[in-house]
Design a protein around this ligand. Structure first.
Ligand code: SF4
Ligand code: SF4
Length: 472
């Protein structure tokens, strides 16, 4: 008998209790201080001198995963968990980048209306969209999921509405014929998000729209302007007001050292809007930069190519706006980057206004660990997650089934990814899985290295403990 290596605890002296959580079983208990003491006796090898009450407590702890038969058994359980995450067939999840073009000119993004970028940026044709649908149909037949999630992403996906409508309609028909539920999410900058677009997609399963707001009105207009520097905030808000009653809204935001402090004003503003209750989730992330001027606490994007030299086409932009576990409405990655202190601050500010935001503890495993989550670029290239789409050399295949050695080699590398193997006895492995491999790749040049933000998870755990206690 052993205490689980995934036990975490937060003392709550004001209640004379301890919050006990197991990150593997997800059991959460408020217990008196003698329970952690009992676990310490178990760890020290005690066993013969427990009284009846202690035995009963240990039975309850074992039922909830706080006590395990052995570390080896627990390790085997963890491996089995990652295997089941990988092979899970309940959901087939496909993110399609219908275009790499964008109508914004955000300074921090490699996409968008910078110079002649849009002239050459890829845009999916209807023929290519038809190939995507055929590929998805084949996957539906192999995987036979209960649910199919289609995420429309870019670039700005609403700049290619014919492809978006085609994919939505044809995939819906394919799912309907197989008795599979389809859910569509769109990740958009919101400028072209009209009622007409929403009305057109709702019958095919539109379940959520994620819109990016980078701070209050002035900050957003500075961070996310049109090419002529015109602001975009007012139009996006008006669009949200119009579509909010029809479809759940998710607000995402990218912050840096100059914009983070403007988020409380944005949250106040959103709370006052008629569509406030249509916002089902708010989640902010730090901007990942490729410059050396990144402030402390923000993941610095160090563009690294496969050969280790600086990459002229870095991954910035895509990772922070999509990807990830994405199982909730609105899709989107909730795990790929933390600015530890600011994230804690922004989560607290978000909750204060009554908006839901991820708790900062349950952050993974992200979709990179799932065999049945795919990302497709405008040219039909397949990627392991949207965070890697900025680097075509990391494509793991193509929807036309072509065999190319370099894609097969990349696929092999992604198949073998297990950064958590290097995380030792960390308590957070089941809910972190070693962090974001895009961050590891870009920062360390090794996607299989952990990208660790344990301090952020520990801070989030304290908040989780206090809110669990407040709810009792
Ligand atoms: S590797 Fe990073 S960007 Fe990709 S899904 Fe995971 S957390 Fe998101
Ligand atoms: S990356 Fe850090 S927090 Fe995550 S599992 Fe590894 S050691 Fe733990």
């Amino acid at each position: 008998m052993q205490p689980s290596m995934f036990n975490v605890q937060v003392p709550l002296p004001e209640r004379n209790e301890v919050f006990l959580m197991n990150t593997f079983s997800d059991a959460q208990l408020l217990v008196s201080a003698d329970v952690p003491a009992l676990l310490e006796r178990v760890a020290a090898g005690g066993g013969d001198d427990f009284n009846d009450e202690e035995r009963e407590t240990l039975r309850t702890l074992a039922e909830n995963g706080f006590v395990v038969t052995s570390r080896d058994a627990e390790r085997r359980g963890l491996e089995e968990f990652f295997r089941s995450v990988r092979e899970d067939r309940d959901q087939l999840k496909v993110t399609v980048l219908t275009t790499l073009q964008c109508n914004f000119a955000c300074d921090y993004c490699f996409q968008g209306d910078h110079g002649d970028y849009n002239l050459f940026a890829q845009k999916m044709t209807l023929d290519q969209a038809a190939q995507v649908v055929a590929w998805i149909e084949a996957r539906l037949d192999v995987v036979r999921p209960q649910r199919f999630t289609l995420t429309l992403f870019g670039g700005e996906p609403l700049l290619n509405l014919p492809a978006a409508y085609y994919l939505a309609e044809q995939c819906f028909r394919a799912c309907e014929a197989r008795g599979i539920e389809q859910a569509i999410t769109i990740i958009t900058n919101g400028l072209l998000l009209t009622e007409e677009v929403v009305d057109r997609l709702l019958p095919f399963g539109l379940a959520g729209v994620k819109i990016t707001l980078d701070g209050d009105r002035d900050t957003h207009n500075r961070m996310r302007p049109l090419r002529g520097k015109q602001g975009t905030f007012d139009r996006i808000i008006e669009n949200m007001r119009r579509v909010g009653p029809k479809v759940p809204l998710v607000v995402g935001g990218n912050f840096d050292e100059t914009s983070a402090d403007s988020y409380p004003a944005l949250l106040d503003f959103l709370r006052e809007q008629s569509f406030a209750d249509d916002i089902v989730k708010v989640n902010f992330k730090p901007i990942i930069k490729s410059t050396q001027s990144t402030p402390p606490g923000v993941i610095r994007l160090t563009p690294v190519a496969a050969d280790g030299r600086p990459n002229p086409n870095p991954l910035n932009g895509t990772c922070m706006t999509s990807a990830g576990a994405g199982t909730s409405i609105g899709g989107g990655c909730d795990s790929c980057g933390f600015a530890d202190e600011k994230m804690t601050f922004l989560r607290a500010e978000t909750r204060k206004r009554g908006f839901y935001t991820p708790d900062g503890v349950h952050m993974g495993p992200c979709e990179l660990h799932s065999r049945h989550a795919y990302t497709i670029g405008p040219d039909g290239s397949l990627y392991s997650c949207p965070g890697f789409t900025g680097e075509p050399s990391l494509s793991v295949g193509h929807i036309d089934g072509r065999h190319e050695g370099w894609r097969a080699a990349a696929a092999g590398r992604f198949d073998a990814l297990a950064p958590y193997d290097k995380c030792g006895d960390c308590h957070f492995i089941p809910v972190c899985a070693g962090g974001c491999s895009v961050a590891s790749h870009t920062e360390l040049g090794d996607m299989n290295a952990p990208s660790c933000h344990k301090a952020s998870m520990e801070a989030a755990l304290v908040v989780l403990a206090h809110s669990a206690a407040a709810a009792c």
